[in-house]
Write a protein that binds this ligand. Sequence first.
Ligand SMILES: C[S@@+](CC[C@H](N)C(=O)[O-])C[C@H]1O[C@@H](n2cnc3c(N)ncnc32)[C@H](O)[C@@H]1O
Length: 447
Amino acid sequence: MKNEKIKLLINDIGTNGEGVANKDGVTYFVPFCLPKEEVEATVTFKKGNVAQAKLEKIVKSVNGRCQAACKNFTLCGGCQLQHMNYCAQVSFKREKVKKNLKKIGGVDFDVNECVPSDKSFGYRNKLQIPVRKIGSKAVCGFFQSGSHKLVPVTHCPLQDEWADKVLKCVVDFVNENDIAVYDEVKKTGLVRHVVARYVENQLLLTVVINGDELTLWQKLKQKLDENFDRYGLFVNINKKHDNVILGNKTLHLCGLKHIQGDCLGVKFCLQPDSFFQINDFIRDKIYADAISLLDTSDCDIIVDAFSGVGILSGVLCKSGKQVFGIEIVKAAVEDADNLKKINNLKNLINICGDVNVELKNLCEKNSGKKIALVVDPPRKGLGQPTIEAILQAKPQNIVYISCDSATLSRDIKALSKVYEIKHCTPYDMFPQTDNVETLVVLKKIDE
Ligand SMILES: C[S@@+](CC[C@H](N)C(=O)[O-])C[C@H]1O[C@@H](n2cnc3c(N)ncnc32)[C@H](O)[C@@H]1O
């Protein structure tokens, strides 16, 4: 019954990190609990023999529980695991990948230990946060899980000090200049979101606005000058009233046009609209493992599908083989072309387009050649045309990097007539959250 108070013994952990309990034939999902804990909870939803419940009190806790670092934990919807010590988080992520591979992928595979992040707090190089008005003041904050209620935030422990400074600069600037703040119900107001990236001591700050007002933001420069040595300021125009954060137009106002960095000996460029892995404290380990696990000894060409700014493509060029990168975002392909130029990579071709179309074209143009393939898709995984192109071209081996082990497992199943899984390592790209990055090696089954 809804609102019923209930005592539960947690006996398992779900794939979103929530506690799972069984009582009187009903399965209860209770966020922020650990296996073997005894808890009191309130039922918030029940249908048939499945229920959701809200944790009220921990009657008996277990080793593995720790004090959350953030006062907004359980409120803001960003973290699911701050109640779990880091060692327990890393074991949970390995089990999550194992469970998904078995349940969704139909393979019972011996998954390696999850590789921890060198930093479990302050690791994010990206900040993306809405600006709204509470009372008469502009504030930044995160939406409560499943709601549009803003939890004001001045410091998020997943971010480092640079992010606090960015938030303060923008919020103070908006309040001091009485700039109208976006109201998603009335669909009025100017400033919507703050999006920022901080890599190798360089900041790219983008203010997302519902309008065309550009000159106003030039004055933000003064505050940024006081806090950052190397930064670029951008405005993104988004006049659509949906929940997509960025609009199609990003304009450079002043300072850096892109971040420049070095990863595994490859110099890269990064514009604000390009994808970049969000954790600097594990990224290079994943790339290094991907490179060493992709067998390129016997291939004629290497394809890096979903290539972003081209870091993996760049490192793969060291093999001396012809490398193709495929990426849909124009700014990212510009960055990848820049990477090609500054690293003098004659054997790299960057293709701007949809992997669902371009992979098939590329395989057809290179039919008869042996292909080694890297895929690193967004959360939704591989599209059906990509699966078909792979099954048709049959690359010798595939390294699949995934940020969603459920869609990874689905894709492994779809490829399983031709490919078997040979290696699987999870990496903790997203500490304190239930997300996990996974690297899988697939080998063609001998015919
Ligand atoms: C998870 S990121 C990986 C990027 C890169 N491998 C890296 O490590 O930085 C996925 C990338 O795929 C791109 N992308 C998404 N859908 C795509 C599609 N249908 N075709 C080509 N690229 C796509 C995104 O823009 C993004 O750069």
